[in-house]
Design a protein around this ligand. Structure first.
Ligand code: DGY
Length: 323
């Protein structure tokens, strides 16, 4: 029986890889090395389906390879700013993603970073590990209160709303948000959330600003030097969205000069080669893009890709079609 040829670009949870092996002539990436652009182009020529993820860059120049066999990019992840989806469409490639299943785990990481930044968790950990901790003292690592503070959300999609629920119902935080389209009135009422007309209106009011917009050209450097200047000097910036939403150079300057109190970052410009100045700053908590990294979530993401592939090869509508 004909089995489509499928390439998985990185290591996936074992249970999902086992299912793929039953269904397809699949090439896994046991060594988990990132593929080069040339390898991705060869994959487009040799496989019926390529399943990339956030670390695989697929711009028009890569997609434009001759003699393509591939007909679907079944992305492992909700964000797809690493794929030029318009070019993919022009080249006759369907693109799917994995929305819905990583909402809570990503919102949990946003709350983790908010708490780490507010309560100086990473600094405390470094102090204990350094052997320099001399014991409790009344003014050591004093930090910012989270309970009752104001959280400003830029973007108000699934992940932002999940974070708002945790922050409002768990920590009694007041919720502000900016969203280009109307939000569900029931969700707004449940969170007692207040909509701001602009980012400029939100920034001066928030103790914590958390970013939840997609990456890409439209949001590149949405948070720049000018907007950082609008934040309170006691405020913290949290980014679990995409690195290029924030101008790293401007953020580093704002952290160095204590123009804002702190930041918590899970994503970076030019990931994983983040700006080296972040590493020497004490007032930034840094995580290695862990948003969706729970066993259950990563497995559910793989299951979503399986469902998209199954529909594609059965000629059925794609459950999570991007283009
Ligand atoms: C996504 O799904 O877009 C995450 O950033 C990668 O897990």
């Amino acid at each position: 029986m004909f089995k489509p040829k499928v390439l998985i670009t990185r290591k996936w949870p074992a249970t999902v890889e086992a299912k793929l092996q039953q269904l397809y002539t699949v090439t896994l990436n046991e060594a988990d090395f990132p593929l080069t652009e040339a390898q991705l182009q060869t994959a487009l020529q040799e496989y019926d389906a390529v399943c990339p993820t956030v670390c695989d860059s697929l711009p028009a120049s890569v997609l434009n390879v001759a003699n393509k066999r591939c007909k679907i990019l079944a992305n492992f992840g909700v964000g797809y700013n690493h794929i030029d989806v318009m070019s993919a469409k022009q080249h006759g490639l369907a693109v799917t993603n994995t929305p819905g299943v990583l909402t809570e785990s990503t919102a949990d990481i946003a709350m983790t970073l908010l708490l780490m930044s507010a309560r100086r968790g990473a600094e405390g950990d470094r102090l204990v590990r350094s052997g320099q901790w001399t014991g409790w003292c009344p003014t050591q690592l004093m930090s910012s209160d989270v309970t009752g503070a104001t959280l400003g959300l830029i973007g108000f999609g699934r992940i932002a709303q999940a974070m708002a629920r945790k922050a409002h119902h768990g920590f009694g935080m007041k919720i502000l948000y900016v969203k280009p389209t109307p939000a569900d009135p029931l969700i707004v009422a449940d969170l007692q959330a207040v909509q701001c007309a602009t980012i400029e209106e939100l920034l001066p009011q928030a103790d914590f600003v958390s970013l939840h917009c997609p990456g890409g050209v439209a949001t590149k450097h949405l948070i720049n030097a000018q907007r950082l200047r609008l934040m309170k000097p006691t405020a913290h910036l949290i980014n679990t969205a995409r690195g290029d939403v924030v101008d790293s150079t401007a953020l580093i300057a704002a952290l160095k000069t204590h123009q804002i109190m702190g930041a918590g970052l899970d994503v970076y410009e030019n990931e994983p080669h983040l700006h080296p100045d972040f590493l020497s700053l004490d007032n930034v908590a840094l995580l290695p893009h862990l948003g969706s990294a729970t066993i259950a979530t990563r497995t559910a993401m793989g299951e979503k890709v399986l469902a998209n592939l199954a529909a594609f090869f059965a000629g059925q509508p794609l459950p999570d079609r991007v283009v």
